[in-house]
Each structure stands twice: as structure tokens, then as C-alpha cells.
Ligand binder design. Sequence first.
Ligand SMILES: [Zn+2]
Length: 427
Amino acid sequence: MNAVLTPPDAMTEVARQLLGDIGAATRDGEGITRESYGPGEDRALALLEAHGRRAGLACEYDGARNLWLRLAQDTRTDAAIVIGSHVDSVPQGGNYDGLAGVVAGLCVLEGLRERWSQLPPVRVLALRGEESAWYGRAYMGSMALLGRLPPAALALRHRNGSGTLGEAMARCGADVAAIARGEPLLPQPVAAYLELHIEQGPVMVTRGWPVAAVTGIRGNVRHNRVRCLGETGHSGAVPRWLRHDAMLAVAQLLARMDEHWRVLLQMGMDLVMTSGICGTPAQSHAVSVIPGEVQFSFEVRSQDAATLERFHALMREECAAIAAERGVRFEFDDALATAPATMDEGWIRRFEAAGARLGQPVERLPSGAGHDAAVFAAAGIPSAMLFVRNDHGSHNPHEAMDIDDFAAGTRVLMAALADLANPATPE
Ligand SMILES: [Zn+2]
């Protein structure tokens, strides 16, 4: 029989070992590679399953071949609280992005073992296919599970051109026909989806916060390619007043948008703006040529759909104004939009209350990166996330999560769940 683990020490030790074992089994020299619906992901799931069986857990796969773990004696089929995250990684990524949340779920299941019958059913969900690096599309496992993966996604090709997502899913044993029909594949109703994840930005390390509650997952509006068209000319011969310099027009646009951004932040809005690609055409540009064309990308992210819309409209207005002032014109590709996801306020408060009781401050922070929690939230399932401090960002082999921070986050998650215990049921 598996001994009952008392948090935090035994739990932390099991977590450290499990993270270490799965990391060692999926190391590729440079970093960690757990391909979506591929070999590294399979290996990670097999190790989680082996751990689960040793710990007396029932391990079951859904039709999208995500792994569900529960206490073997808890066979209830009413609405469950699901603690989940993904087990795949980007190529040569880090060990904690995703996996930490699954291991946290296992720790919580173990820590609440004695009280299971006083709580709603708790299930741990190890999701596949969250990373877009492999098939150019994120959240494949969670979307397939919820019957929301567009059938066309099954034809997406692997990054090296070797095959399609549908073929990879079939190889892993998923029910591709049901996924193509958009059938929800949930084994039981879900009352809430909770996900612990490492922070992927620098805020928590900078502020000294070990644990934070995620307020929402930012949506975005982006243009992959905007062209600003002016007029080329000899850099020495054309005076300033006769120039239509596309580069200066774009520089002015970005400076103005940066100023709008600053003001909107002061007004308390959530917003980030990036122009990650910008350049003059390589085939014709030269040091002595006034740029007649600049291509750039434009992306804005916010937790608030109205802010996204407003900032995007503001950008278009500024383009029109600069076009008139400078005698240039802007050509836009179609804007692509992803809606923001709001995390459940009730669960955020539960996390904060649990933290307060534990003496563990839980700050609030938006998530700039996407997560499976956004998919569950979009399906109308109350969803919430805890972030754990992590240095060096993610999607690289240098992720650095302190196991003590992981334990602090896991304790908050467990305490928030323990609060749901039915007080009428004697201990
Ligand atoms: Zn992740």
C-alpha cells in the first residue's frame, strides 16, 4: 500500500522525483522535447501512469488520449473539479512548462486522500498537444476533448512535413473520427478547471512573488503584415519637405502608439503592444536610398476585448493621420483575433483566502501567454490558474522553478480545494 503523504515535505519530495524522472526520460541533449501527440509526450504520460498505479490511482485515457487520474475508490461520476495542464513541450524546451501543473494535481490528490468523500470528485488531467510549435496550432488535446477542434486542424502538417495531426492522433490511439465529428469526449461533467503553471514572464521574479492568481488570459489582435508605401529616392538629393519616407512614417506610428499605450496603462487598462517584425525590402534597400516601403507586424494583447478593439481602431486612425501628413499609404492584411479569457473570480478569491490562511501571499497577475484554461473558460467551465515563480521564462532549457515555490503554489491549490469540504460531514 502506498503511504499517505503529509504535505509539504513528502509531497515535495515525490514531486521533485517525478519531475526529475520525466525530465530525464525526455531530455534531448539540449533541453526537453515532448512532441505533441508524439514520442516524448507518450513517454511522459507512461511515467505519470506508472506513478499513478503505484500510488493507488485509477488511470484512464479519454477519446483524445489525454490521461485522467483519480483515487481508485472515487468512482463518482457527478461534476468533477479537474486539475490539469499539458505534458508536451516545444522542441528543446524546459521541463516545467505544463508538467509542473500535472504533478501539482497529483500532489493535491494525494494530500486530500483522507478527505475525498467530503469533497466533490477531484480528477487530475494530463493533457496532450498544447504547444503550437509542432502543428502550428495550440490546445489540440483540450479542444479535441471538448469537441471544439475544427476538423480542418486534423489535416495540419507536422513542422518537418512528416505527417498530419490526425495521423499522429490516430497513432496515439485517439478516436479521430469522433474528434472530426466534434463530439465532446469528457468522461464526466466538469465543475471547474484549475491549472497551476510556471510564469513565463519576468514579473514574479522581479517582484519577489512565489505564487500568483491569474486574473485572465490575454487575447490578441494582430496583423502579420502591414505595408507602408512611400517613395524611394536618393538620400542626398531629396530635401526633407519633398520626402515620403516609409521608415520615418512607421517610426512615427510606433512612437505614437507607444505613447497611447503609456496613457492607457495609466488609466488602468491591461495592454501590451509589439511590432516584432519590421524592415525594408532586402532586394532593393540600401544605405543611400530613402525607404519607399516598410513591412511590419503589429500585435496588441489585452485581457479586455473592448481594449483590444479600441487600440486596434486607434492604430488604424493614426495610420490614416500619418498617411495624410507624410504622403504615404498603409496596406493591411486581414486582422487575426483571439478572444481574451476571464478567470473565475470565485476561484481567485478562494486562492487568495487559502493563501492568507497559509501565510502565503497570493498576488494577482494577468497571463500574457495562452493556456488550456482559456479553452475550458471559452466552453463556459469556471476556470482558474495559479502561477509559480520561474526564472528565465519558458520554451527554453533554462526554465528555473524552485521546488519550494512549486510547493507553495501546490499548498495554496490544495487548501483552496479543502475549503470545499462539506462541513456537515464529520472528519
Ligand atoms: Zn504551458
